[in-house]
Design a protein around this ligand. Structure first.
Ligand SMILES: Nc1ncnc2c1ncn2[C@@H]1O[C@H](COP(=O)(O)OP(=O)(O)OP(=O)(O)O)[C@@H](O)[C@H]1O
Ligand SMILES: [Mg+2]
Length: 252
């Protein structure tokens, strides 16, 4: 009998040759992604770093099917995301993906608890234990509060609780610790790290090199292209790759 550990599992996400430009009025379009390849394995946490404007958020949006690519292929668990109709794509995102936005995107009229329960309600699933999900991000007793009654960092934690409570196959997180102090940020990274196991994966965009180094692999973006890939990264190795050096283990 074949050892199950030796059977290669189909990757969770494969992107090949992803290109994306945005039109600019009275000028030629700005090219943001220039033929990017990404592979995310099941149970893996992948981090993406790069200077501001290098295309990290755009790439995350494309991988999650929130933005259409101009060319290239994106497969999620064998489904060609780039070829889906709008309605099928919306269903796939609702049922299988979770996105933590750089700007939180909570529903202002709903309480924190209702925000956390919303994805499951939209899927027609049993509501998660919103109070427990909020407690896991350090927000016990805040379930009844509306986003406007919470600080930026607290809203960010509600957004993370909302995504994790739905237990999606892939969590895409854009700067999820950007508004958090070091201790709270570390707790959130522990939760994301714990999510990336078994059949579930995490793709994390961050400027925080220590956060990026918690991932299994790191992609370094510059000017819309992947310039390095590090396996079992260290913060120092990522910093060196960002500055153009080729640390051991980096693939240019
Ligand atoms: N909707 C859009 N229309 C036109 N240009 C855009 C649009 N979205 C992004 N861009 C441009 O694409 C480039 C990459 O933007 P993106 O937000 O992906 O960068 P980023 O790496 O996430 O930066 P940051 O670290 O500051 O969040 C920038 O030059 C930006 O101006
Ligand atoms: Mg960004």
């Amino acid at each position: 009998m074949t050892d199950p550990a030796l059977v290669p599992m189909a990757p969770m996400l494969i992107a090949r040759g992803v290109e994306k430009s945005y039109p600019v009025r009275r000028a030629s379009p700005v090219t943001v992604l220039r033929g990017i390849d990404v592979l995310v394995r099941r149970g893996e946490m992948l981090s993406i770093v790069g200077p501001s404007g290098s295309g990290k958020s755009t790439l995350l949006y494309c991988l999650a099917g929130l933005e259409r690519v101009d060319s290239g292929e994106i497969s999620l668990g064998g489904t060609r995301v780039d070829a889906l109709s709008q309605s099928r794509l919306a269903k796939l995102r609702r049922d299988r993906l979770g996105f933590v936005f750089q700007s939180y995107n909570l529903i202002p009229s709903l309480s924190a608890g209702e925000n956390v329960a919303l994805p499951a309600r939209l899927r027609g699933c049993r509501a998660p234990d919103a109070a427990a999900a909020l407690a896991a991000v350090g927000l016990s007793g805040h379930a009844h509060k509306r986003p406007g009654e919470l600080s930026g960092g607290q809203q960010q934690r509600v957004a993370i609780a909302r995504v994790l409570a739905a237990r999606p196959e892939v969590v895409f997180a854009d700067e999820p610790t950007g508004a958090l102090d070091t201790t709270t940020g570390a707790q959130i990274l522990d939760l994301l790290r714990a999510h990336a196991s078994g059949d579930r994966s995490v793709v994390l965009v961050t400027h925080d090199l220590d956060a990026a180094a918690r991932a299994d692999r790191t992609l370094v973006l510059r000017d819309g292209a992947v310039v390095a890939e590090l396996t079992r990264p260290s913060a120092g190795g990522i910093l060196a790759a960002l500055h153009g050096a080729a640390p051991s283990g980096a693939v240019a």
